[in-house]
Structure formats: structure tokens, C-alpha cells
Design a protein around this ligand. Structure first.
Ligand SMILES: [Ca+2]
Length: 265
């Protein structure tokens, strides 16, 4: 009777031990790459193909650009789907201080570390090579449509005394990323977002007029142009030449000559 009873608990114990060994083995074998992809692809779609569409952030020969020590690698929900995109500005990695290659802007969706390239802009328009960067900013509700815009101030320079400057704006509309070009100005000129709360509604651009006898960096008369956004592009509303000479500060021009802004609207 005692023998009959002792066989069953032993079998139960062996089965229990085998189950524990299996669970421990399973635990230590779950941390492989499949586990990582599971974490990335929280949507639960075909994980094999999703894993393959992660895009490289690095561009050979390029580095992430910096302006005043600030890396131009920012997160913002540009397409307003509730998830942040990663906006990265790249510049030629040439360390000699001279950059020949055009700047590149890329927008990635960034789902738990799996970057996917959604948009790319290469700074080479109308055969002009934008090889340096003045600034990159994310601007909220830029055109009063609730959407953010990425503003790129790109610069074409041969590292002499002159340069050409270009403003580009990128936003997401009707299912795709769009580019809207703003004013162009020289290195002695400048721009001012003058739309108030709706920053992109109006932009003032100023550029110098070279008069006889003036040196490059002397004060100049300026041509001031008012650009207004018509819903899809910027249109010059008026251009006025200043009465006084300036060094390029638009606020100073407006303060001294408020008439520059009149007759608009
Ligand atoms: Ca988004």
C-alpha cells in the first residue's frame, strides 16, 4: 500500500521539474532580435518586413549639422498623427571648414527606434548649391492651419565676402510633405517673420542697393520687400527702397521708416 502511493508523487515531481527547466530555458532564450523587433513593431503587423524597412540615419560623407553648437536633430509631430517625427539637417562632413556638397534635410518617422525616411530635400535648386545652413526651426501653426512648418535658412557661399540666402518651408498637407519657398537675400540682407501669431502669413525681406562709392560693408540703402502667403506660395506685395542707409537690421529700418510697411492690406 505504501509502495503504491509513493510512485505517483515522484512522477508528478519529475514532470514539475521538467516544466520548470523548460520555463527557465524559455526565459533565457526570449531576449534575441525577435524580441527587439516585437518592441519596435508594436502595431503587430508582419514583423519580418517591418524590421527590414528601418532606414539608416547616417549619410556617407555627411554629418548632422550644428548651428551655434546646437545639433539640428529635432523631434516634432509635423504630420499631426500624434507621433513625433525626427527632422535632421545634414551638412558636408568636410572638416577643413569648406563644404562643397549641398545640405540635406530628412524627415523620419521614428517608431520606437525604427526610423523610416518620409521626406528628403537636397539643397540644390535652380543650379544653386546650398552648402551651408543659417538656421533650422520648427514653427507652430505657421500658416494658421494648425500645422507646424520646418523652416530652413540655407546659404550658398564660396566662403568669400558674399553669399546667397534662401528660406524654405516644409509642412505636411493632403497626405504628403510640401516645400514652399520664401524670400532670397544676400549676406548683407535679412528677413523677418512679420505675421505676428501666424508667423508665416507675412515675411519681410531686405537687401542692399549698392551705390557708387560705397564699400561692401558700408551702410547702404535697402530694398525692402513684403511677401504674403496666398495659401500655396509667397507673393511680393510691394518693394520700397529706404530713405536712409542701414547695415541690414530690418527692425531698425521699420522703426525709422514705418511707412515701409504701409499700403499693405
Ligand atoms: Ca507625426
Amino acid at each position: 500500500m505504501a509502495k503504491k502511493k509513493s510512485a505517483k508523487p515522484r512522477l508528478v515531481f519529475i514532470f514539475f521539474l521538467a516544466a520548470m527547466i523548460f520555463l527557465v530555458w524559455k526565459f533565457f532564450n526570449s531576449g534575441d532580435s525577435d524580441g527587439v523587433y516585437d518592441a519596435i513593431n508594436t502595431g503587430g503587423a508582419n514583423k519580418e518586413s517591418n524590421a527590414l524597412i528601418c532606414d539608416a540615419i547616417d549619410i556617407p560623407g555627411y554629418q548632422i549639422a550644428q548651428v551655434d553648437g546646437r545639433a539640428l536633430d529635432v523631434k516634432a509631430d509635423i504630420d499631426q498623427d500624434g507621433r513625433q517625427e525626427r527632422v535632421i539637417m545634414y551638412q558636408d562632413a568636410n572638416q577643413g571648414g569648406i563644404r562643397y556638397k549641398p545640405v540635406i534635410l530628412k524627415i523620419f518617422s521614428d517608431d520606437g527606434g525604427c526610423a523610416k525616411e518620409e521626406f528628403s530635400y537636397i539643397g540644390n535648386i535652380e543650379e544653386q548649391n546650398e552648402n551651408e545652413i543659417g538656421d533650422l526651426q520648427i514653427l507652430p501653426d505657421f500658416w494658421e492651419n494648425g500645422r507646424q512648418a520646418v523652416m530652413l535658412w540655407a546659404v550658398q557661399t564660396a566662403y568669400g565676402s558674399g553669399s546667397s540666402n534662401f528660406l524654405h518651408f516644409f509642412a505636411y498637407e493632403n497626405g504628403k510633405y510640401i516645400r514652399v519657398d520664401g524670400p532670397e537675400f544676400s549676406n548683407l540682407g535679412g528677413y523677418k517673420l512679420n505675421g505676428g501669431v501666424v508667423a508665416g502669413k507675412e515675411i519681410i525681406a531686405a537687401d542692399f542697393v549698392w551705390s557708387a562709392g560705397e564699400a561692401h560693408f558700408d551702410p547702404h540703402y535697402y530694398k525692402v520687400s513684403i511677401y504674403e502667403f496666398d495659401g500655396s506660395k509667397y507673393i511680393v506685395q510691394k518693394t520700397v527702397t529706404t530713405q536712409n542707409k542701414y547695415t541690414g537690421d530690418i527692425d531698425e529700418m521699420i522703426k525709422k521708416e514705418p511707412d515701409l510697411l504701409s499700403a499693405v492690406d
